[in-house]
Design a protein. Sequence first.
Length: 178
Amino acid sequence: MAELTTIARPYAKAAFQFADESGALKQWSAMLNFAAAVAGDASVSRLLGNPKVTAEQKADGFLKLCADKLDKSGSNFVSLLARNKRLAALPAIAALFEELKSQKEQSVDVEIVSAFALSADQSGKLAASLKKRLGREVNVTTAVDRSILGGAIIKAGDLVIDGSVQGKLARLAESLNS
C-alpha cells in the first residue's frame, strides 16, 4: 500500500495544483472519484493488469468507459497515467486528491456509524462537537450497523473514536486476557 501511495502522490499533487489554479476542485474531485471507481472495478482491473494489452489500448478503453464524465483535461490526465502504466493507481490518486482538497477547504469528511439511526438533532450536536474538536468544518455521513450493539464509531480521516458497546466489550476482553 505504501508503494502505491508513493506512486500516486505526485500525480495527486499535480492534479490538485492544476484543479486549484483552474478553480475546478469540485469538478476534478468528481472526475477522479468516478475514474477511481472505474479503475477499481474487477473486470477493468483485469484489463489494466493484462500485459498483452498495450498502454494505448488501455487508455482508449478506459476513456471510452469514462467519456461522459471526463472533460478534456481529465482525459489528458488519464492518458498520461496510461502512458506511464499508472491507471491502477487511480483510487489512491483520488484519495490523496481528496485529502489535499479537504486541507485547502479546512474541512473533513466524518462518518458516524451507530447501532441505530441518528436523529437530525443528534447528528447536528455530534457535528458541532467534532467541528470544535477538529477545528475544521465537518461533512457528516451516517450509517447504521446493528452489530456494534450501541454507541457509535466516528471516523474522521486517520482519527477513529470507537465509543461502541462492541468496541468496549472487545477492550474489556483484551484487558482480562492479558
